[in-house]
Ligand binder design. Structure first.
Ligand code: GTP
Ligand code: MG
Length: 326
């Protein structure tokens, strides 16, 4: 009921890129072929590396000193979705206790992010509740705000060791152009299609005809070319007086934790901050109407004034952004 293992894959022809345990209460949909490292010109690609080596080093040090308790290495998850779809509620569901404020009046600037450290089943997750787009495109002033937010977000992600998994939170409404833009923003622009993305559909308990809804959405999902490695259809509300809802909530948590443990195994994607920012900002500029896209001097100004960069560093990042233009 909660998991979506009965769902049809988005595209039966797409090859699975990751092995999965069939016992998990989540569905496996298609995996975009782009999960493999891009075949594009290596010199043009920004540096990319995983953190496996770091993980290895820390486990070696644990082995050397058997008296020390094992410290789980951190798993970083970027969760996003339009406002009100249940992002905070999903964080609380993952944590198993109230952790994020539901319907809080927070900064709604795209790429603003609040992080939550959550320990579950001996796994240490950091979930970044990140603001996506509310419209498919953006104005240039909104884009300047994004530069500032992305600067600190990507810095923080680099320091944390990169991203293991994207969670896209959706309410049962139709797949829209904004959903598509958010998908591209996080999966393509931020993660270069190298991080698995799973969908969390909230509001399950209100859906009477789940199958109708799913087939309706599947058409749109195909139309907009979006893919996920796994989906969970859940309820993120927790009314203790309603035994059905308590059971649904418990199943929902199991489904989401199943996705977390399964789809974070490959390790994180991380880049150096400058290249990561340049790649992201250059791609994101395509959401601003062509005539209003920032010029070189605009980037340098914003990076100095709003991000506090030294002029020479701002200029060199501006060059990188220009070189990264799609
Ligand atoms: N019925 C139902 N309501 C939900 C579900 N998940 C969240 N809600 C409700 O939706 C409202 C918004 O939930 P939040 O978790 O704050 O959503 P959000 O996306 O974090 O919202 P903002 O941070 O304000 O953008 C709250 O009233 C929740 O109780 C769900 O699965 N089913
Ligand atoms: Mg919230």
């Amino acid at each position: 009921m909660v998991s979506s293992s009965e769902l049809q894959p988005f595209s039966a022809s797409a090859p699975p890129a990751f092995e999965r345990s069939p016992a998990l209460p989540v569905s496996n949909t298609s995996v975009p072929p782009a999960f493999a490292p891009p075949a594009s010109n290596a010199s043009a690609s920004p540096p990319f590396f995983t953190r496996n080596q770091h993980v290895q080093l820390s486990s070696n040090s644990v082995v050397e000193s058997s008296t020390k308790p094992e410290i789980p290495s951190n798993i970083n998850i970027v969760l996003f979705g339009e406002t009100g779809v249940g992002n905070s509620s999903v964080i609380n569901l993952i944590a198993g206790s109230p952790t994020a404020e539901v319907s809080a009046d927070v900064d709604r600037c795209t790429m603003a992010s609040t992080k939550y450290d959550i320990l579950v089943d001996n796994a240490s997750y950091t979930v970044y509740d990140t603001v996506g787009l509310e419209e498919p495109q953006m104005g240039v002033n909104g884009y300047f705000d994004v530069i500032e937010k992305a600067y600190s977000f990507i810095q923080s992600l680099t320091n944390a060791g990169g991203i293991h998994l994207l969670l896209f939170c959706l309410r049962r409404a139709r797949i829209t152009a904004t959903v598509q833009s958010n998908y591209r923003l996080f999966h393509e622009f931020l993660c270069d299609k190298r991080v698995p993305i799973a969908f969390i559909f909230t509001g399950l308990e209100k859906e009477q005809k789940v199958e109708d809804w799913w087939s309706r959405n599947q058409r749109d999902i195909k139309k907009y070319g979006i893919h996920s490695v796994a989906d969970a259809r859940i309820t993120a509300v927790h009314d203790l007086d309603d035994p059905d809802q308590v059971a649904q909530y418990r199943e929902s948590r199991k489904a989401v934790l199943g996705i977390l443990s399964e789809w974070t195994k490959k390790g994180p994607m991380v880049m150096d901050t400058q290249h990561w920012l340049a790649m992201f900002l250059a791609r994101m500029a395509t959401l601003v109407p062509q005539k209003r896209r920032p010029k070189r001097k605009d980037y340098t100004r914003v990076l100095i004034k709003r991000c506090g960069m030294e002029p020479h560093a701002a200029k060199s990042l501006t060059h990188l952004i220009e070189d990264s233009r799609p």
